[in-house]
Design a protein around this ligand. Structure first.
Ligand code: CA
Length: 727
């Protein structure tokens, strides 16, 4: 395997000898059925049984088991009675800053009768798991200006728990330990190496032995990715692993290896990317921490140096670190020379399963690039790589080299190309789930195509801004017909896919859904559960995929459900609220187009109450268009350019539905305050930071003028809202 870097360390496939098997058997780690050491159901449990996980119906770790399988052994709610699933209680008292109700993406944890979860702005909530009654709320008072450099909303994917502490990471870079009983701060540490760089955190911290580990995001914004590990009691930094070389002198053996795969002319002011913004999994037995590394920055590999395409380690890779030292043991690069925002930050699952007649310790991932990977997690050996959705950038993966076989269509350096998957990926952060009864991995899969194009606005790197030097839009079937020849049909939808990781093929696929399907939970009740962007909570039969129950809630759900049990009652909890990248542009059928996007924790049980729909959105008052602004062509063009460069990341033009304030219906009072908002930062607390570093008062006036003039055009029916661009 070329991707195996420790040649001297090349490990022979580990055989489970009968003696080892007997030991595992006695320790209760492996199942000991009549069929001997190849019982798949039993084998997969070995990782989940390490450490305290779901005893007493609790949910203590982000992915429930240490291998993050998200398989609940609870079965009181099952395929036979799930039709009676209804509301136990809900909690809605989330902190909202300014006018934007933001997304909820966390997995609630349940420990000793209390649910711990995060909402927007990294606020931590502890509520009674029987009633939803609030016990405490911790608000880290995040710097509102960080929202400007967050790629996709101010969201948080949850806390970690250990003994008497709760750990949370914040958008503005702090890792905080709280007292579990009170929410009081125990310690708080800055994790950002450069607080002027555009780093943000959205991910949940993970525990690895005596360490709390956290990464960050910002690959589009000009940062260099890394992961930091802190001592759990004190918050002292133990080690830091950089995912890419950077310009600095901090040469480790891992960095030296990576540097050989980058151009000497890499413009490091662009950061390089490689952020670890979501998935990390710890294997206590092997002492390894697996991290999923993000895309390159700028996006096109040929823009990262001398014009040639280099592999650029460890972009888009799974890296196995020695959890004690933070040094790499092995790596596997899913997308060498990433040019498509194909992160490998997606959820990774650990399980021990039978593979060609022997039990192997596996790691599985379905990253953005559309292939489902299975590797031996001790050696890094690639075992399987099969596409789980149609892909147009590669025809397959060469199993001898581990490298994708690129299609000509993948290269958009000379011309625009329509490529599948789009930058949003065939699978994004919503977690998968591995059912230990069916041995299937359920994937919240997305199918979408992107028209990739490079751009050069002549400005070079711009701090605090997007610096991708490429963009992707949803293709137009008519206008882009020539680019679409010979490609899979244009798609913009999602599906739950039941994937057999051993055979490398889908067993069932759910009905087509709107884009942005929710993260998954699977249970011993033969269930697969997830929310949808249309505002439904859906329950599928784990074996057949039949839709057993669909509860309309009127709130978009992308967070993964979890399950717990108390006093003999099983509950299913899920956070609801549109956010993340979806907040910037709604599909017309998304729940928040019709209903108010209020954050909710929904908790279900058998025989509960009807779930109240979210309140209907009120039609906004139509505000007068400000008059007296400049209308010359030069000013309007400058305004449009600056709007499209800096504002459109959140604010959609022409009233296209989104979760952010509609500037095409700006009140005259807001327009009068435009400079104070855009240049002085008076709305910073709500997430609207100042832009005085890159916009002048002349720019601000031009943006106002452009918006006002365009609003007149919309009112006269001369222009319409753009076609959908989800990416
Ligand atoms: Ca990215």
């Amino acid at each position: 395997m070329l991707n195996m870097h420790h040649q001297q360390h090349k490990v022979k496939p580990r055989l489970v000898t009968s003696r080892v098997w007997l030991l595992l058997c006695l320790l209760g780690i492996a199942g000991c059925g009549d069929e001997g050491p190849v019982s798949e159901k039993a084998d997969t449990r070995s990782v989940s049984s390490m450490g305290k996980d779901h005893q007493d119906g609790e949910w203590l770790l982000h992915g429930l088991s240490q291998g993050e399988q998200r398989y609940s052994p609870l079965a009181r709610i099952n395929a036979n009675n799930v039709n009676d699933l209804a509301l136990a209680f809900e909690y809605r008292d989330f902190v909202v800053r300014g006018r934007t109700e933001r997304g909820l993406q966390a997995t609630p944890l349940m420990d000793d009768g209390t649910l711990y979860f995060t909402g927007p702005w990294d606020v931590v909530y502890a509520v009674d798991a029987r009633t939803g009654e609030e016990r405490w709320v911790y608000d880290p008072d995040v710097d509102g200006a960080r929202a400007r450099v967050a790629c996709c909303d101010v969201v948080n994917r949850g806390v970690a728990l250990r003994d008497e502490n709760v750990f949370v990471a914040t958008t503005d870079g702090y890792l905080v330990a709280l007292e579990k009983g009170t929410g009081e701060e125990v310690w708080k540490t800055n994790t950002f190496v450069d607080r002027t760089a555009s780093y943000t955190i959205t991910g949940a911290p993970r525990l690895a032995g005596n360490l709390v580990v956290i990464g960050n995001g910002g690959a589009e914004m000009g940062v260099r990715g890394y992961v930091s590990a802190y001592e759990i009691e004190t918050g002292d930094l133990e080690w830091r692993f950089y995912t890419i070389p950077g310009a600095g002198q901090d040469e480790t053996i891992d960095i030296a290896r990576a540097r050989k795969t980058w151009s000497d002319n890499m413009p490091w002011e662009y950061g390089g990317g490689g952020t670890v913004w979501d998935s990390m999994v710890y294997d206590e037995k092997l002492g390894m921490l697996y991290i999923g590394v993000g895309n390159g920055g700028p996006w096109p590999a040929w823009e990262r140096g001398d014009g040639a395409i280099h592999d650029n380690l460890y972009l888009s890779s799974i890296v196995a670190l020695d959890a004690e030292t933070g040094l790499a043991k092995w790596h596997y690069q899913t997308t060498p020379g990433d040019s498509w925002d194909y992160t490998a930050t997606q959820h990774m699952i650990l399980a021990d399963m039978e593979w060609d007649g022997e039990v192997r310790q596996l790691i599985m991932q379905a990253p953005k690039n559309g292939f489902f990977y299975v590797l031996d997690r001790e050696s890094g050996e690639l075992l399987s790589a099969e596409p789980f959705v149609p892909v147009s950038w590669a025809s397959g993966v060469d199993m001898a080299t581990g490298r994708p076989i690129l299609k000509e269509n993948a290269n958009y350096s000379k011309q625009d190309r329509v490529i599948t998957p789009a930058p949003g990926g065939a699978h994004n952060w919503p977690p998968m789930a591995l059912n230990l009864d069916t041995n299937l991995v359920y994937i919240p899969a997305e199918e979408r195509s992107g028209k990739y194009a490079t751009y050069d606005d002549g400005r070079g790197y711009l701090s605090g801004s997007r610096n991708t030097r490429a963009l992707s839009t949803f293709p137009n079937a008519k206008m882009d017909a020539d680019l679409l020849e010979g490609l899979p049909p244009l798609r913009l939808h999602s599906q739950v896919i039941a994937w057999d990781p051993v055979r490398g093929e889908a067993v069932w696929k759910s009905e087509s859904q709107l884009p942005f399907t929710g993260g998954l939970l699977t249970t011993a009740g033969n269930l697969v559960l997830s929310g949808s962007s249309a505002g439904f909570f859906n329950v599928f039969h784990a074996e057949t995929g039949a839709l057993l129950k669909s509860i309309e809630v009127g709130t978009m759900i992308t967070a993964p459900p979890m399950a717990y049990e108390l006093d003999g009652e099983q509950y299913i909890a899920v956070l609801a609220g549109a956010g993340g990248v979806a907040l910037g542009r709604y599909h017309p059928e998304f729940a928040p187009v019709k209903y108010r996007n209020q954050g909710r924790l929904l908790v279900f049980k058998l025989g509960g109450n009807t779930v109240p729909l979210a309140p209907l959105k009120e039609a906004p008052i139509q505000n007068a268009i400000p008059a007296g602004l400049p209308s010359d062509a030069e000013t309007l063009l400058l305004g449009q350019e600056q709007f499209e460069r800096h504002c459109v990341r959140c604010h959609q033009p022409r009233g296209f539905p989104s979760g952010y304030p509609d500037l095409w219906n700006m009140s005259p009072e807001t327009d009068e305050m435009f400079n104070e908002i855009v240049l002085d930062g008076v709305m910073e607390y709500g997430g609207m930071a100042e832009f005085s570093d890159i916009l002048t008062s002349e720019d601000a006036l031009a943006i106002r003028a452009y918006i006002a003039a365009d609003r007149e055009k919309v009112r006269r029916g001369e222009v319409q809202a753009d076609r959908i661009q989800l990416h």
